[in-house]
Design a protein. Sequence first.
Length: 483
Amino acid sequence: MSSCAHDPDTTRPRWAIEFDADGGETDGGQCARVADAARAAGVRDLVLLAHTAHNDAETTADVDARFHALFTDGTAGDGPGLVSVHWPGMRFGPEPGLTDATESALRRTFPGQDRLIADLRSLVDERPRQFSAVDDVGMLLRRLVEEPLHAPAAAYATDMGDELLPQSDPAMLFDSTSHVCEGLAHALEQAQEEAERAEQRPERIEQPGRGPEAPTVSKSGTLTEAETAGPRPADAPTDWLARPDPLTPSARPFGSAESGRALDRLWDGVHQLLCQVVSYAVRRRAGMIGETGLAPALGQLAEALPDTRIHLVGHGAGARLVAYAVRGLKEATGGPASVTLLQAALSHFAFAAHLPQQMRGGGALAGVARSVAGPVVCAYSHHDRELGLLFPLASRMIGESPSLVGADRLWGALGYDGVQGVDGCPTLTLADALTEDALPSSGYVSVDASAVVRRGVPPQGAHFDVFHPELARLVLAAGRIVR
């Protein structure tokens, strides 16, 4: 249901709208009540905020308050009205293992699966000294998130064009569970070692490659970049991830003296497999809720508030939700005035009209900027290990394998290195983006926010380090919102 509250030190109003797991509104009258309240408050700009931290009501309220505080300067002012978008998502903490709170969040996110979740926790906690127990975890995870091919959510499994693939299931669900877990454990070890050696550069600069001896792809691995000078994406968190050869782990050492150590390594990777499988299901749900739930709600708000400008802001999987909401808008619906994506758990090729690794087909969100009156601002940070390291490993689909490029380029995340594959998309530092009139009035723009989005412990890194006044200023600048 919708609610109305006020920040403690200001009269700036804020509300919430809520969706269920199928994208339906939990209260059919909530949009009308928000519109009535916004009209009565004289709100000229309405900012809709979507994040993923809905583990429980207390966590949701805390994260909502932290986001809202970014737009509060302690005075009444003419700032925007704020609307939180609530939906059945969840996030994992950095602790290795399942706490009671995390188990409760899993039960809330996957209702009716209490027995299966209890079995999963039992295995993860006990770490049986059997390889078959690791395979059992894989089987339980498949059952937890599986959707029939005809189910509505199945259409939101990937942001990449999948016309050439027979299905769009993630390979981590169907590859050998032991091999997947070993790969995740190895990636985390490699990333930790490289992080201790040196700070990753936010970007590299390349000169155009021309002539008979010029490489066919740029150092970053994209064909369209080979003959273009300029910035390139962030380095991969580990060189192992950037390799063009398949990410194949070592063979399982049955009967050897290494079996005990191999099992410990596998169980270290099991928790990350659980996190990534659940995150995949949450991202899939976010896309469906955005297009089938939030998009119609935006239409209702636009119709009820013709003189109010609506702005969308999303973090993590919440960024996927608001991006798909724009895709779901009908032509007659007034589009949002701006869209700002913070550490978006989206493919960095999601907006590309043509995917450089395929002969045909584009990203799932190609062309959505045409439905936005202002810019689509994509803030990213190379300190985000969740998106820079784990997202590419979890995004590989059945039938895909890296050929000329590494996994970090083929399955990379928007929140790690910005928009890729879109001609003419500028890249700005956060400081430059906040100067007057620096942001374009329309189209896509990448903003390197690594200067402030940089704090966090492994394995997520800085993925949740987004509560900075500079990012609120970026939202205001994107929407041309006067404080």
